[in-house]
Structures are given as structure tokens and as C-alpha cells.
Design a protein around this ligand. Structure first.
Ligand code: IMP
Length: 206
């Protein structure tokens, strides 16, 4: 278990992700705390196989592997879109619905097609994010955040990444793909998991 004080101003974190959208959003979340993020790509870290059945399990697999190879504290994000009428799919398969080329036009079209096949009237969905922080010593923590909303079609907006153009969070009219990234960062599943992680592991005492 990691404690307040594990993270502090001046900490350096390996980000166990090759997804540029996630690396950018995590860097933006940690920067105000004086924590620097280095990407797995720039550290030459391999991508472990995500064999877990939950977001939490996959986040831990990635954070542990990165902490061991980089000998640094490592942060991993496992996240995805859960569509209620599809029984929570694509869920942990969210990246895989984009096929080998991670084509999210294809993945969004599959969500639309499968939702249409259910009648298409019930569009509730959420993004979920599990964030795992692992130390080279083997200590670790995982937190989870969700943002609820609905699926819209056709896709709108070219900001953000992944399924952002078809997701409208509750209380807003814009999709995550249209929204100012600063606003998405304030509302998002990633921010909610991040706030819990900071509460459990950050201290600004020198
Ligand atoms: P992972 O790398 O297995 O965690 O893949 C997560 C996938 O979920 C990403 O490739 C995106 O397709 C999707 N996803 C996660 N977070 C977001 C988000 O904030 N916006 C849009 N799509 C997301």
C-alpha cells in the first residue's frame, strides 16, 4: 500500500501507456502538483499483455511491469467505454474494438451498429478509468473513476481521442470530442480516479 508522501513536488513518474491521448491527459493532471511524467515510449518500455478481466486488474498489470523495468514509480491507466444496453461492452475491450490499427471510426461505428440492433432508444453509457500507481518495491494502489452520459450519432468533434466524439456527459450538450480539453479534464473519469489517487498518495510537505 502506498501512502501520502509517496508522491510530492519533484516526483518523476513513468507513464505505462503508449496511447498518446492518455499520456497527454495524465501529464496535464500531474503537472500542477509538480510531478513530471515520462512516457513509456521514451523509456523504451514494452507493452505487457492486458490479460485482466477488469480495468483495475489491467491497470495494475501495466503499472507493475513499468515500475519493474524503469525502476521508477509508474502510473498506468486502464479505461474504456461501457454502454449499458450492450451489457457494459466494449468495456475492457474498448481499445480492441478499434482493430489492429486502433481505428476509432471503426470502433464508434461498431458501437452505433450494435446499439441500433438493440433498438437504439436506450443510449446510457459511462467512461470508466482505473489508475494504478506501482513502486519498484512492489507496493501499489489502484483507484477508479466514472463519468456518466449518453451515446450520440453521428460522431462530433475532433478534440480528445478514442470514443470522445460519440459521448455526451450528463449536464452538457457537447461531446467530449467538441469540448474544451480543460473542461473534459475537470469532468472526466480520469480526473475522478486521479483525485482519489492524489488524496491517497500525495503530500506537499517537503
Ligand atoms: P486501454 O489502453 O486498454 O485502457 O484502452 C482504453 C480505450 O478506451 C482507449 O483506446 C479509448 O478507445 C477508450 N477510452 C479511454 N478513455 C477514453 C477517453 O477519455 N475518451 C475516449 N475514449 C477513451
Amino acid at each position: 500500500m502506498l501512502n501520502p508522501g509517496t508522491l510530492h513536488r519533484g516526483s518523476k513518474l513513468a507513464v505505462a501507456s503508449h496511447n498518446e491521448g492518455k499520456v497527454r491527459e495524465l501529464g496535464e493532471l500531474f503537472a500542477p502538483y509538480g510531478i513530471a511524467c515520462v512516457s513509456a515510449g521514451s523509456l523504451g518500455l514494452a507493452e505487457p499483455e492486458e490479460t485482466g478481466e477488469s480495468f483495475e486488474a489491467n491497470a495494475l498489470i501495466k503499472a507493475r511491469a513499468a515500475a519493474q523495468s524503469a525502476r521508477l514509480l509508474a502510473i498506468a491507466d486502464d479505461s474504456g467505454l461501457e454502454v449499458e444496453a450492450l451489457g457494459g461492452q466494449p468495456g475492457v475491450q474498448s481499445a480492441r474494438w478499434g482493430g489492429p490499427g486502433r481505428d476509432f471510426d471503426l470502433a464508434m461505428a461498431r458501437v452505433y451498429d450494435e446499439l441500433s440492433a438493440t433498438g437504439g432508444a436506450y443510449t446510457r453509457a459511462n467512461f470508466t478509468c482505473a489508475l494504478a500507481l506501482a513502486a519498484p518495491s512492489g507496493e501499489e494502489i489502484v483507484t477508479t473513476g466514472r463519468v456518466y452520459g449518453k451515446i450520440v450519432w453521428p460522431p462530433r468533434g475532433s478534440r480528445g481521442f478514442g470514443y470522445d466524439p460519440i459521448f455526451v456527459p450528463d449536464g452538457y450538450r457537447e461531446t467530449f470530442g467538441e469540448m474544451d480539453p480543460a473542461l473534459k479534464n475537470r469532468l472526466s473519469h480520469r480526473m475522478r480516479a486521479f483525485e482519489k489517487l492524489i488524496a491517497a498518495t500525495y503530500s506537499n510537505d517537503e
